[in-house]
Design a protein around this ligand. Structure first.
Ligand code: IPM
Ligand code: MG
Length: 361
């Protein structure tokens, strides 16, 4: 297969971790007889430095012409980076939001898995961690508070800031379907998370999700209020299979879910639209504090590349080969600093990438 992959290396640890994911993709291409053409795309802080804006129209077009985009992470330290002296619409994050909207990437899939070999990294009590967990968060990505009108104005001497939270039934229906589809391939349970005791948008969310559920009689649906969900994630994460939720709640809950795995450096994510196209990126951020030191964990990005092979190219065998190689490296005791524990062998970013490549045969 010929794959046209756009690559956004991004800011902070982005370039280091993406380089390792590209090595792994090249190794897959070599072993399984595929060819890959990479196109470098600039987005976020790097694009601001070169083009003055976090995303240009040309870059968006180039992304559209790719079969899929692999991304590191964007953004810098909000206190020290000059990017954060720009107005909000010109900052690195605005580029990411425009890219999501411009490519209509409404479905954001974020798995949070507790790896058996990494149980010690889990911050939860042993009796909770011992039960293990394996969930995916299906987060709506192009609506809600992130994309409503916003303004800050002075009214009669009082400064008032406003952010609008809007959802239509069609937006809710398409993400709900994605949530149920993925549940059908898993343990057939959807927990739809909202704030229906307060918000109109949540009451509509609940109604539409219930309508969609009727088309999936094999899937068990439960509703959970977002504050309770935040609590349940640390109390009993085993109960979750698919968490289906709106943009803002999904942002917060996915960070929480990844934290309880104890290994955010391990978690991949995919942002998808109605086509085979997808944007694949690690769940973690750009970690500017450790950038350039060669110690960042590249596994989340490598697993994002595996998700890309599976969802955008239907290369299940190749995706599995990457996931197995990651499992083997962990089993053999190799760890980057973030997941290091007693008796294991600590290695850096490059060596982790190379070892994973070596396990792909
Ligand atoms: C994420 C990030 C982004 C978001 C930021 C960088 C705009 O936190 O992908 O979760 O809030 O969606
Ligand atoms: Mg986030």
């Amino acid at each position: 297969m010929d794959m046209k992959i756009g690559v956004i290396k991004g800011d902070g640890i982005g370039p280091e971790i993406v380089d390792e994911a590209m090595k792994v993709l090249d190794r897959i291409a070599e072993v399984y007889g595929h060819s890959i053409t990479y196109t470098r795309l600039l987005m976020g802080g790097e694009s601001i430095d070169v083009n003055g804006v976090p995303l240009t129209d040309e870059t968006l077009e180039q992304a559209k012409e790719s079969d899929a985009v692999l991304m590191g992470s964007i953004g810098g330290d909000a206190k020290t980076s000059p990017w954060y002296r720009l107005e909000p619409s010109k900052r690195p994050e605005a580029g990411l939001l425009s890219l999501r909207k411009g490519l209509n990437l409404f479905a954001n899939l974020r798995p949070a898995v507790l790896y058996t070999d990494l149980k010690e990294a889990c911050p939860l009590r042993e009796e909770i961690a011992d039960k293990g967990f394996d969930m995916v968060i299906m987060r709506e990505l192009t609506g809600g508070l992130y994309f409503g009108d916003r303004s800050t104005e002075v009214i009669d001497g009082v400064t008032v800031a406003k952010d609008e939270l809007v959802y239509s039934d069609t937006e809710i229906r398409r993400i709900a379907k994605r949530g149920f589809d993925i549940a059908m391939k898993r343990r057939k349970k959807v927990t739809s998370v909202d704030k229906a005791n307060v918000l109109d948008s949540s009451r509509l969310w609940r109604k539409v999700v219930e309508e969609v559920a009727e088309e999936y009689p094999d899937v068990t649906l439960e509703h959970m209020l977002v504050d309770n969900c935040a609590m349940q994630l640390v109390k009993d994460p085993t109960q979750f299979d698919v968490i289906l939720t709106e943009n803002m709640f999904g942002d917060i809950l996915s960070d929480e879910a990844s934290m309880v795995t104890g290994s955010i450096g391990m978690l991949a994510s995919a942002s998808l639209n109605e086509t085979k196209f997808g944007l694949y990126e690690p769940s973690g951020g750009s970690a500017p504090d450790i950038a350039g030191q060669g110690i960042a964990n590249p596994i989340a990005t490598i697993l994002s590349a595996a998700m890309m092979l599976r969802y955008s190219f239907d290369l299940d065998r190749e995706a599995q080969a990457i996931e197995d190689a990651v499992g083997d490296v962990l089993k053999d005791g190799y760890r980057t600093a973030d997941i290091m524990s007693g008796g294991m062998k600590q290695i850096g970013t490059k060596e982790m990438g190379e070892r994973i490549c070596a396990y792909i045969k």
